[in-house]
Every structure is written in C-alpha cells, then in structure tokens.
Design a protein around this ligand. Structure first.
Ligand code: ADP
Ligand code: MG
Length: 239
C-alpha cells in the first residue's frame, strides 16, 4: 500500500492539564488540539511556563492529562492505564531532554545498548551513533565527550529502538550555538532519513526555522500555527 503523505501519526484533542498543589491550581494546558502528521518536523515555540513541556510529556505518555484524548495511529490511548502508557512509550517514543542523562560509567555504545537490549527491532548501537556523527566515539565515556557530543549520544539512544515519534524538549538549551547546530543537524537527518515524526520544543524563534510547521504557545494554549515554506538548514542559523 502506498504511504499516505497526510496520515496522522498522533492526534490530541482538548487536552487540559491542571497541576494541583494543596489549594493552589496551575492551569498548564487550557484545551490544546494537536495533529502530528507522519514524518513531519514540528517545533513548539513559546515562552517559559507556557505549557510546552507539559504537552510533550503527555504526547509521549510520560504524564497524563486532567482530561482530553490522545490517539496514536487510530488507536486511542487509555491515559489512565499505566501499563498501556509504559508499552506505548517503550515501543513507539524516543525522548531527548535538555540534560543528557547518560550513565557516566558506561561508554557511548553501552549507553545506547541499554535501550536496544529491550527493544523489539533495534538498530545496532554503532549504527545509531554513526547516524548522529559519532561513529568514531563509540568507546568514549561521557566525561570524554563535549556537551554537544553527549547530547548526540542521547539522541542515538532515543532513536536506536526506531521509535515512531522523536520528542525533543529544548535539546540545545544547554549548548552554545555552534554545538547546538550539530545537534539540530542530527535531529534533522533522523527526521529525513528514517522518516521519524519529530516534535521539538524551543523558546528560540531562530531554531523554529528548521521546522515544517511551528505551533506558537502562550499561557497553556496554541495561539497560532504556521506552516514554514522556507525551512532552513541548521548551518544557516545562528543564535
Ligand atoms: P514550558 O515547558 O513551556 O516552560 P511547562 O509545561 O513546564 O512550561 O509548565 C507550564 C506551567 O505548569 C508552569 O506554570 C509550570 O510552573 C507548571 N508546572 C509544570 N510542571 C509542574 C508540576 N509538576 N507541578 C506543578 N506545576 C507544574
Ligand atoms: Mg519546558
């Protein structure tokens, strides 16, 4: 069957998230609808505290909404079933965060292998590391790698299980622009070569230029969506 270019990988409807701390309520999401189409690269752009991480965590099954639905490939996820969410996350979602969370006592290859050992159809760790430009750093420990290289190991770890979704929360937030560009290059390459549907959070409008589509966040809502006709290469950016 021919692949439908407009097929929806993930669909979320009317997501509401209220954090309750004692008598204090924080309305982090106030009714968010999102569609991630197969293979697209979407950037979530908005100021700190506008709900971007809350949304990404819910889309990836790390957190549950107060109400609303998430449909993955025509199947609604039971957001109250921890086992469903665990399986969904393990089999279909790769996460990358601002801080790399590598295990210091393991080499790059071993950090990636931790994930591939429990995946259904993994790629070899060396292949995942080659995809992010670290084919010559397999046996280095995190302390022997730069921040940008450590982040690329974290990206290799996220994609080695061949996830359907790659969700990146401020992946360049701790990096300077030169190093950050290499990290964005790796993410873009994965999006293009593996066709992995990707959502990336940033508060930096320059970085949003790499997206197919930009969702603008403010105060728990998506206030604007823009298709990006002039998608730019990371190497053309500086911030
Ligand atoms: P962003 O990623 O855009 O900076 P967040 O999704 O992290 O925004 O946060 C949205 C709002 O929810 C903020 O007001 C934040 O303080 C609040 N918030 C986020 N996580 C929690 C939590 N675990 N408990 C209570 N409040 C939270
Ligand atoms: Mg955040």
């Amino acid at each position: 069957m021919e692949k439908d270019a407009s097929a929806t990988a993930l669909q979320a409807r009317d997501l509401i998230k209220i954090y309750r701390m004692g008598t204090v309520e924080v309305h982090a999401l106030r009714g968010v609808d999102v569609d991630l189409r197969d293979g697209e690269l979407v950037v979530l752009l908005g100021p700190s505290g506008s709900g971007k991480s809350t949304l990404l965590n819910i889309l990836g099954g790390l957190d549950r909404p107060t109400s609303g639905s998430v449909v993955f490939r025509d199947r609604e996820l039971d957001m109250n079933n921890a086992r469903t969410l665990n399986l969904y996350r393990r089999n279909h979602v790769g996460f990358v965060f601002q801080f790399y969370n590598l295990i210091p006592s393991l080499t790059a290859r071993e950090n990636v292998a931790l994930v591939t050992e429990i995946a259904r159809d993994p790629m070899p760790p060396s292949e995942a590391l080659a995809m992010v430009g670290l084919g010559d750093r397999l046996d280095r420990f995190p302390a022997q790698l730069s921040g940008g290289e450590q982040q690329r190991v974290a990206i290799a770890r996220a994609i080695a299980k061949r996830p359907d979704l790659l969700l990146c929360d401020e992946p360049t937030g701790a990096l300077d622009s030169k190093t950050g560009i290499l990290v964005l290059d790796a993410i873009l390459r994965i999006n293009r070569e593996l066709g992995t549907t990707t959502a990336l959070i940033t508060h930096n409008a320059v970085i949003a230029e790499i997206a197919n589509r930009v969702l603008y966040f403010a105060d728990g809502r998506i206030v604007e969506t823009r298709r990006n006709s002039g998608q730019r290469a990371p190497s053309e950016l500086a911030w």
